[in-house]
Design a protein around this ligand. Structure first.
Ligand code: SAH
Ligand code: SF4
Length: 378
């Protein structure tokens, strides 16, 4: 449990931890459910307003606990309706959260780490290096903040229908803090979202993919981006630890545990790098006949990036080729690029990096430090 000046921050605590908090204070475990409803369904921050708790319990909560939200630094609104928030993560660091409204749905893209250590070559977050993991409170706080600011839809439904872990950071490298957040998103006592509407996106930390399959039944997206190990070793360096075959085997096990639910394979379109018809055919070979859909992402440039986006024609041909071969393939629409909120452009503010960039040599050698990238925070 996290605490501020001796007080426990109840934000981000999953049901079991909240029960423990109350039982330790001589209270009945069901108080946890009440607290979850007050925090996430009624949006109350002040214990004095929690009217179904006794006065003495409210006094105890005031003495022992807080509900502390991450501090919002700024909000940026795109001309296409996309909203980006910057949240302070202390010491001049900040992470970003993006809301993308579409017909019939609204997707909130949240961050899990300040920066990222995995160093994918085409990613603004990766280029910044890694500072630290976000706490569960800092992750679920992004959702809670967005819910508060966004007006409900015309039909009275909440603005956010889907949550995706596609902001800054590698969620499976922050597994310990990820799982409570997933629980809070889907639990009936808090947000009660459908598991199909919560997507964890990973670049492929295989042991944690296996763990997620056992612990949480949410949707999985995998950042594949290359159809062979030689290319993937370069653009997604974690591939040197967990090559494509190993990653895909873990994916099919994950899918089979969840009644063959489809896994989304993200594929960033990089001009002259991974966008030929040959690459499309190699990709088909890997995924054909499996519960897989491919989502092509036009590369979004950022200052200092060395790649270019494939042309619209190339992307269309690539997608058509996949479809002709019987694959399910879509192309992601770029949103919010006037406020640098598109996929891979999220940079936040990351300094004081523990690790600026991974040494290419290290990663191939599976050094001790390298193993820690996936395991450090798990
Ligand atoms: N670390 C996780 C989730 C965050 S990145 C992961 O890698 O899956 C979310 C998605 O944006 C990933 O598919 C990522 O590869 C992609 N992405 C990163 N940089 C990009 C860029 N510059 N243009 C387009 N997509 C990018
Ligand atoms: Fe990290 Fe994902 Fe960016 Fe790779 S694409 S550097 S895993 S945030």
């Amino acid at each position: 449990m996290t605490s501020t000046a001796e007080k426990t921050n109840l934000l981000g605590l999953p049901h079991g931890d909240l029960e423990q908090f109350f039982v330790e204070r001589g209270e009945k475990p069901f108080r946890a459910r009440q607290l979850l409803q007050w925090i996430y369904q009624r949006e109350v921050d002040n214990f004095d307003d929690m009217t179904d708790l006794s006065k003495s319990l409210r006094a105890r909560l005031n003495a022992d606990a807080v509900i502390e939200m991450p501090e919002m630094e700024s909000r940026h609104d795109s001309s296409d309706g996309t909203v980006k928030w910057l949240f302070s993560s202390g010491f001049g660091q900040a992470v970003e959260t993006v809301f993308i409204p579409e017909a019939g749905r609204g997707t909130l893209c949240i961050s899990s780490q300040v920066g990222c250590a995995l160093d994918c070559q085409f990613c603004a977050t990766g280029a910044q290096g890694f500072n630290r993991n976000l706490s569960s409170a800092e992750i679920i706080g992004q959702v809670r903040h967005a819910i508060r600011e966004l007006p409900r839809r015309d039909n009275g439904e909440p603005a956010i229908t889907n949550v995706v872990f596609m902001g800054m950071g590698e969620p499976l490298a922050n597994y310990r803090n990820l799982v409570p957040v997933l629980e809070l998103l889907v639990s009936d006592w808090s947000y009660g979202m459908s598991r199909r509407r919560v997507t964890v996106s990973t670049s492929g930390i295989v042991p944690q993919v296996e763990k997620l399959g056992a612990d949480c039944n949410v949707a999985l997206a995998v950042s594949l981006h290359a159809p062979n190990d030689e290319l993937r070793d370069w653009i997604v360096p974690i591939n040197k630890l967990h090559p494509i075959r190993e990653l895909l085997d873990a994916c099919w096990r994950y899918a089979s545990k969840h009644s063959n639910r489809f896994i989304t394979f993200e594929y960033v379109m990089l001009r002259g790098v991974n966008d030929s018809i040959e690459h499309a055919d190699q990709l088909t070979k890997l995924l054909k006949g499996k519960p897989a859909k491919v989502n092509l992402i036009p590369f979004n440039p950022f200052p200092g990036s060395e790649f270019k986006c494939s042309s619209t024609d190339t992307i269309r041909h690539f997608q058509n080729r996949l479809r002709q071969k019987g694959m399910v393939a879509t192309t992601r629409k770029t949103r919010g690029d006037d406020i640098d909120a598109a996929c891979g452009q999220l940079a936040g503010k990351v300094s004081d990096r523990i690790r600026k960039r991974l040494g290419q040599k290290n990663i191939g050698q599976k050094s001790k430090g390298e193993q820690n990238i996936g395991a450090a925070s798990v």
